[in-house]
Design a protein around this ligand. Structure first.
Ligand SMILES: C[S@@+](CC[C@H](N)C(=O)[O-])C[C@H]1O[C@@H](n2cnc3c(N)ncnc32)[C@H](O)[C@@H]1O
Length: 350
């Protein structure tokens, strides 16, 4: 079976299917999406799977939590021996650096977590004995994924660790610290971890940098920025938690985030205002066009319908109106609900 298997947030299969179909078509590759609402994954069947894989980097996919290259679909697996057909389906000359046994993050598949854990423990030694799995984790080799969608139905797939989510199920395990002012703090933490590379984090998130946080109350995103020792102007008519103000790094302004502008250019602007996505995209573009910030992370809350169309439209609007070349990365993060998170940075030369 040729194609891709991508995980997504349950309920966002149509958006992911539309994204994959459109991106495959623009790369000149024929294929079709196979999906069912609330499955938490989409298959994109395509004969030219290698070309498709290369044309759709995981980082650039908005609705895909994970991107895997399909090897085989196995149905009617015998619960007393699922290992033999799996070994038979893998190419003899394959060698994997790691094994992840997973299931989609859907209501129907979550109960398969126990099976995935115990099956992984049984399959690992069998793969090693067959010479298919390295003795120790090796991220230079492809990673093998077994994806159970039912007790007797699984997909074999592989990922390239450099072009895939580094977390099983594509879900980063972030802990909400007790002093985080809101759960929203996890969204910005995940955005920094997922949308930025380690080199970008080191270079662009440094102590002493300046930031604005639009729609800041009760202070989760501001708190994340102060933990990186940034100086933050937090704009919101609502109150910020006292311990955030006590960092000495925060100025709280009770103002309208759609009107306020900084007196001097800032290193960062972040925005979590709940508003119509087009209005937010336009305001974010104004910040770049006017040179008020060098880089930004912002949320776009999606409507109930035509969410892929709205996503594409907002990102196009933002890119057009920003008036300068930007590197834009957008993702529906695990901690995002009906929204996506966007990182915009100056485009690197070369
Ligand atoms: C989802 S909450 C932000 C949560 C925050 N990022 C955190 O981590 O705690 C959205 C906030 O946007 C604020 N907001 C909405 N419209 C605004 C506007 N026009 N100007 C300033 N703040 C606004 C609301 O008051 C609300 O506090």
């Amino acid at each position: 079976m040729n194609g891709l298997l991508c995980y997504c947030r349950q309920g966002f299969e149509p958006e992911l299917a539309a994204e994959l179909s459109e991106r495959a078509a623009s790369a000149g590759l024929a294929g079709y999406a196979r999906t069912q609402r609330n499955d938490g994954y989409v298959l994109f069947v395509c004969e030219e799977a290698a070309a498709l894989d290369a044309a759709l980097p995981w980082r650039e996919l908005i609705f895909a939590r994970q991107k895997l290259r399909l090897i085989e679909e196995l149905r009617a697996l015998d619960p007393s021996d699922r290992i033999t057909p799996m070994l038979a389906a893998l190419p003899r000359d394959a060698r994997y650096g790691e094994l992840w046994v997973e299931h989609p993050d859907s209501d129907a598949a979550k109960p398969l977590a126990g099976l995935a854990r115990s099956f992984g423990n049984a399959l690992r030694p069998a793969l090693r004995k067959a010479g298919l799995l390295s003795a120790k984790e090796d991220t230079r080799l492809p990673r093998l994924h077994v994806v159970f969608v039912d007790g007797d139905h699984a997909f074999l797939a592989q990922s390239a660790p450099a072009d895939a989510s580094p977390w099983p199920l594509g879900i980063p395990r972030l802990k909400l610290l007790p002093d985080a002012p809101s759960r929203s703090a996890l969204k910005l933490e995940e955005a920094i971890l997922t949308l930025m590379t380690p080199a970008q984090r080191e270079q662009h998130l440094r102590a002493g940098m300046t930031a604005a946080d639009l729609g800041a109350a009760p202070g989760g995103w501001t708190w994340v920025l102060t933990r990186q020792h940034l100086h933050v102007t937090s704009v919101d008519n609502g109150p910020l938690r006292q311990h955030v103000l006590d960092t000495g790094l925060v100025q709280h302004l009770r103002a309208d985030g759609f009107r306020w502008q900084p007196a001097q250019a800032l290193d960062w602007m972040v925005c979590d205002m709940v508003e119509q996505p087009r209005r937010v995209a336009e305001r974010m573009a104004t910040w770049f066009r006017e040179g008020w910030c060098r880089q930004a992370i912002f949320n776009l809350k999606l409507p109930m319908k035509k969410r892929w169309d709205e996503t594409r439209l907002c990102l196009e609007l933002f890119a057009e109106q920003a008036g300068k070349p930007l590197q834009v990365t957008a993702k529906q993060l695990y901690h995002d609900r009906e929204e996506i998170t966007v990182l915009a940075t100056p485009r690197q030369r070369g």
